[in-house]
Design a protein. Structure first.
Length: 267
């Protein structure tokens, strides 16, 4: 069964210098229960795939999908990860209705820069969607150097991006968010925090059929011991499709109008 990694292939092609290799250690922080299976989610038997989450630190990757647990009709991720260049915590709530909200806190174990990437994917109720929104922000605390900067990475030009997918074919939803650096300092090491709200953006498009939602968060962070804390969300909204009865009434109305117009011309 596929997981939500449709966008990963495209990102690898866009940034071939990034090595998506396995290697990070991680630990799950389950709220309760066992790893998720679609059969465990009441009311969602139509979902034919599993949610998935990948995390990367300087191109070294770990698959955190085993840390996803059922949360009512949603999926919840809680995990910690550890690498040579950086470590952190990540959480997400993935709703098949659909939206993905996420949080990530990273700590540099080197002076940097360190590139962090998080890819979240969830199956969604298959259907036509035509609008999307995104929101996000970051707080940065300086490290041993007395200053810390969070900036865009080579993986993707913005911090946050969202994708609708059908199978493994991803489509950018037009809600890319965040290009300005966030700088904490200069100041006494480990004491200065800067909060940078990335705002909110939205897009509208012709109805497209999707069965999966994916969100990418990626950025660089420098300064040994610096901490960056992110939160954000991407939401898809279903297109309003008229019911057959409504279409029939509309059709009948158009026929009556056309008939009346024809009679007036004949008269």
């Amino acid at each position: 069964m596929k997981r939500g990694y449709g966008v990963l292939v495209g990102l690898t092609l866009l940034a071939p210098s990034v090595g998506w290799a396995q290697g990070l250690e991680f630990a799950c922080r389950p709220p309760n229960g066992d790893a998720v299976s679609p059969a465990q989610i009441p009311g969602l038997p139509q979902l034919g795939s599993l949610p998935g989450v990948l995390v990367g630190v300087n191109g070294v990757f770990a698959d955190l999908s085993s840390c996803i647990f059922p949360a009512g009709k949603m999926f919840e991720l809680r995990a910690s990860f550890f690498g040579a260049a950086g470590s952190g915590d990540v959480n997400a709530l993935m709703n098949p209705d659909p939206f993905i909200s996420f949080g990530a806190t990273t700590t540099n174990l080197v002076a940097g820069p360190v590139t962090y990437s998080f890819l979240f994917g969830t199956p969604i109720v298959p259907g036509f969607y035509n609008t999307a929104t995104s929101t996000g922000g970051v707080s940065v605390t300086n490290g041993a150097g007395g200053t810390a900067t969070v900036d865009n990475s080579a993986v993707y030009p913005t911090y946050i991006s969202g994708y609708g997918t059908l199978g493994f074919a991803p489509t950018n939803l037009g809600v890319d968010l965040g290009t300005d650096p966030c700088v904490a300092g200069p100041g006494t090491p480990f004491t200065v925090t800067e909060t940078c709200n990335q705002g909110t953006t939205g897009s509208a498009f012709a109805p497209v059929f999707y069965d999966n939602l994916e969100v990418l968060l990626t950025y660089t962070q420098d300064d040994l011991g610096s901490v960056a804390s992110w939160s954000g969300a991407v939401t898809l909204n279903a297109a309003v499709v008229p019911e057959p009865a409504s279409l029939a009434l509309l059709g009948a109305g158009l026929i009556l109008v056309a008939g009346g117009y024809a009679r007036r011309r004949q008269g």
